[in-house]
Ligand binder design. Sequence first.
Ligand SMILES: Nc1ncnc2c1ncn2[C@@H]1O[C@H](COP(=O)(O)OP(=O)(O)OP(=O)(O)O)[C@@H](O)[C@H]1O
Length: 413
Amino acid sequence: MGLVRKVVCAMSGGVDSSVAALLLKRRGYSVIGVFMKNWDSLDENGVCSTEKDCEDAYRVCQTLDIPFHHVSYVKEYWNDVFCNLLNEYEKGRTPNPDILCNKYIKFNLFHKYAINTLGCDAMATGHYARTSLEDEEVFRQRRAAPPVTLFRDRFEIRKPVRLFQGADLAKDQTFFLSQVSQDALRQTLFPLAGLTKEFVRKMAAEAGFHHVLKKKEVTSMFTASSNHTIHHYCVSSFQYLEAKPGNLVSIEDGTVMGTHKGWFTLTLGQRARIGGQKDAWFVVDKDVLTGDVFVAPTTNHPALFRDTIRTERFHWMAVDPPPELARTQMLECHFRFIHQMPLIPCTVTLNMDGSLWISLSQTVRALTPGQFAVLYKSGECLGSGKIIQLGPTEHTLQQGRQRLQQSEPEAPG
Ligand SMILES: Nc1ncnc2c1ncn2[C@@H]1O[C@H](COP(=O)(O)OP(=O)(O)OP(=O)(O)O)[C@@H](O)[C@H]1O
């Protein structure tokens, strides 16, 4: 193998990927900056924000004196991500476009473009995340091994590459990377792995990237800090779905409280606007067959809380389930289904079909089908699986207990 030191840096025109490119260059790699266009969108002034971001990425490349390319995945994004979103909505689920974009576009098509078309040895992004290979590189770099050795090892190491949280836990983005393939992970560098956002901003200022520092935090097309945020961004997809109006039904006594324009416009835990009601009501369930959306009064109603979910076949970052799970069918680890939500201890059971039952140590509000259950153990992101089934809510359990008490025969005497 000849000298393998070419790296494509995915550049969004934001601070993080600009500093990622700067660090790669300082580490002695031959860097190519590439901007990806996934979506045609106009801001409130009718300006295409994608073009502005592309221009910003180009200016950073000029400052760094590295080549710049741009690629369009608008068609592929539409087919692989957007249509996937529409399908999920039709099933009554709330999807996560960011995770799907990383899986199908950035760490699939873009990865292939970097390796096969541009002939590079690796790709890099400005994500705050770390892989096990990065650790080994750091170890070797301490012994002053040249980059050529590092890359050769990268291809020759057989053991699976693992994904870890980066040094800045407040910016941890492993949640969004939890569906990425082993092949792509093996050939990806995360130059910001050991840095904090604060330090990255300082580096950007020192490097003269003032135009990217001035921007508001640039994010991928959708960045979701909560179920509702994702949902808000996805509203644009509703125009492509057939409106399916139905009733808003009280979970407490079955009373019809009002109507809705289509259940896909409502997600679990979201406030349902019901005319004539003094108090706030929240979506707790949907019946895809009848179109009924069930609602409950108060944001902390027991019908919103549950502690068990089932996922689709789970995607393990390291390909196979952890040995402990394969051996005993059980694993103690941590769970999150929303980016940056505090990790919750859980017990995981592996099913024959590769799906998981996840039992949480506490009830969680608005666990939502379509979202991804992401698992962590000691700072490692183990992977994720789409939530497809929910366990009983506190409300169902309370009702069950009441019925049981009512049906119990009176004690004799
Ligand atoms: N349009 C794009 N073109 C090329 N790469 C992109 C694009 N959007 C995102 N990326 C890559 O994905 C990484 C994560 O993007 P995301 O927007 O989720 O996070 P970010 O922390 O705001 O990153 P940045 O500050 O670089 O925009 C970016 O750092 C960049 O490497």
